[in-house]
Design a protein around this ligand. Sequence first.
Ligand code: SAH
Ligand code: SF4
Length: 394
Amino acid sequence: MTDQTPSAPITQDVLTIPRKLPETGRTNIVGLTRPQLQEALIAAGTPERQARMRVGQVWQWVYHWGVRDFAAMTNLAKDYRALLAEHFEIVLPEIVTRQISQDGTRKYLVRIAGGHEVEVVYIPEEGRGTLCISSQVGCTLTCSFCHTGTQKLVRNLTPAEIVGQLMLARDDLGEWPVQGAPKDETRLVSNIVLMGMGEPLYNFENVRDAMKVVMDGEGLSLSRRRITLSTSGVVPEIARTAQEIGCLLAVSFHATTDEVRDRLVPINKRWNIATLLEALRDYPRLTNSERITFEYVMLDGVNDTDADARRLVKLIQGIPAKINLIPFNEWPGAPYRRSSPERIRAFADIIYKAGYASPIRTPRGEDIMAACGQLKSATERGRKTRAQIEAEAS
Ligand code: SAH
Ligand code: SF4
């Protein structure tokens, strides 16, 4: 195997790219939590006794109706609209390219402040649809089967950039309600998964604030049960995720011995399987007995034996769980191969017979490199020099 040795570092030698600040002097409303928006409205001259009401009005325009222009906020007085326009803006990241797969999956390349790029994937399904959003440009971690993990440029996304991914997907899908039209309950983006680029728990506060905006019932209104955050196992942030976000949790488990997991998910060297499982045991109780999704990438000859399946079942005993088997998705230069369909089925069978749901994830959007673990931004593919990045950021 051409895999990294067991001594592969937990984090790579990354180049952290700074965020270029907007030059307009106006505050972007997108991504502010309600208290932050209230404070900003007051600072801009909104009388304190009106502030709560104004937050509610603006919130509904921005997140329920998808309005981008203060002039269209017709229940606000003209001079208040002018005050808003003077101090605020409503800005999303920009879609640079959109690719549509044969199976309907859409991949967006999205440009954020500073000229950096992340990928967002929309996966339509029967009667629902899942948006896979990114939390960082690149990732500091070095999981050896993951394309994003080879990307050396890293920056945390802001709450605006995280919420903005959902808003721009709704723009592209034409999913904002039309005033006066009958209410349509079917949602094109019914679920979101934080499974794009980056480790969400290494950008905890921004991810949390973004999810607060997304979950707010008077706006985008996605319930916490329709949001799944996937982590490689940042143990100290797991209880916080339960308490401060309360969404569903998925864990990139991928191996049943520390020796193999150290190689596949090097963060295991910091927090090993036993430590991780201990943190996971408390999660369902803290969030009202939800099942945890154990993600398990099927790598030929690495982690896919019957003995692995049996060990997996034993390890997670007592944790309400479902095991999501992910056939490995290849990328240029990847050091692994996908397990055979027969092997994956045999593995799934053992888990199923032990009483756990064991769905095999169908790879989606492979023809446009949109499947799990294939994302890596074009910024990185046409690698920028350090000087270029610094020049852009200053
Ligand atoms: N950083 C987070 C979330 C992003 S990755 C995490 O690691 O959990 C989303 C899922 O895709 C993870 O379970 C990840 O391990 C898996 N994945 C990464 N590369 C993959 C690949 N090449 N094929 C299949 N799954 C992959
Ligand atoms: Fe980062 Fe997740 Fe990829 Fe690991 S699998 S390198 S944590 S994005």
